[in-house]
Design a protein around this ligand. Structure first.
Ligand SMILES: [Fe+2]
Ligand SMILES: [Fe+2]
Length: 303
């Protein structure tokens, strides 16, 4: 039996004290959105309650599926690094970036380099900064991370998986299957075409999805929509759930989902795998997280 958890879209940074000179056009739009709305919706006290709630689980890995920041400023990357350290060591916490983290092009040294160890594969050599697709193996679980984050024009919150990642993904999926591993593909945007509105979509979702269908996976996890979702994908090797969690810091104002995260328990069974999904949601009145739903699915796989 193995246990891991997924949190997403913490949008944990504060833009208090930001000077207008730091804001390029897209960042200025993001700043406006933060000052008018997002700073009331995404709250540090919710993230702290989540961190405390996580203590009860002995996790093999904690996945953070993107959008740690609001507009991707270097100071936000520093805030996010401090927060990641409160969650665990780099070997225990695995990050993929979201569209907000790559809001505009920024120097690597001031931004993503700070999170490098939290995004790195097990085998990444020192000095190698080609991070994606990432691969970490914990026990019988392979975590395969895709980055969809790249700068886009103003008003666009789309993502794209690079051609290089698309080329490497089949090999990673095939090799993990040959080793009898439970394959978790995690990315920020939904790979299911039509799940998001046009300006928030994964631009090459059909290609990404087809690779997962052809080469198989046991579980696909994403965030970005700030809503909980459960879908089932028929792959060439059997059904794989596609699951999204809401933002980890959300108050649930304006009818949105309150913060939630998922804990996944994987067990081997006679015919494949058993996956138990425990969803825990923030209770604004009690200021703590509580169990919302437990779902168990059997993933039948041929040996
Ligand atoms: Fe987000
Ligand atoms: Fe996003």
């Amino acid at each position: 039996m193995q246990l891991f958890a997924q949190i997403s879209d913490p949008h944990l940074s504060t833009l208090e004290g930001v000077h207008w000179r730091q804001l390029l056009s897209k960042r200025a739009l993001g700043y406006l959105s933060w000052s008018r709305r997002r700073r009331f919706e995404h709250r540090p006290e919710v993230l702290e309650a989540l961190r405390q709630d996580l203590q009860q689980f002995d996790l093999d890995q904690l996945l953070v599926t993107g959008d740690l920041t609001h507009v991707g400023l270097p100071m936000e990357f520093r805030q996010a690094l401090a927060w990641l350290r409160t969650l665990g060591a780099p070997g225990e916490v695995l990050v993929i970036p979201g569209n907000h983290d790559a809001s505009v092009a920024a120097p690597w040294e001031d931004t993503f380099s700070l999170w490098r160890d939290y995004m790195a594969s097990d085998e990444l050599a020192a000095g190698d900064n080609k991070l994606f697709p990432s691969l970490r193996v914990r026990g019988r679980i392979a975590f395969i991370g895709l980055s969809t984050a790249c700068p886009k024009p103003p008003f666009m919150a789309t993502g794209t998986v690079s051609a290089e990642q698309l080329q490497q993904l089949p090999g990673l999926l095939d090799a993990a299957r040959e080793q009898g591993l439970f394959r978790v593909v995690h990315l920020h945007h939904s790979p299911l075409p039509g799940k998001e509105i046009w300006r928030k979509r994964l631009t090459n979702a059909p290609q990404v999805l087809q690779l997962i269908i052809d080469h198989g996976a046991e579980l696909v996890l994403h965030g970005h929509g700030h809503r909980a979702h459960y879908d089932e994908l028929a792959t060439s090797q059997g059904m794989a759930p596609v699951i999204a969690v809401p933002s980890a810091s959300a108050m649930g104002l304006h009818g949105g989902n309150a913060a939630a995260y998922n804990c996944y328990q994987v067990t081997t069974g006679g015919e494949g795998w058993q996956l138990q999904v425990r969803s825990r949601q923030y209770q604004p009145d009690r200021k703590t997280f509580a169990e919302k739903e437990v779902k168990t699915v059997c993933l039948v796989r041929r040996p």
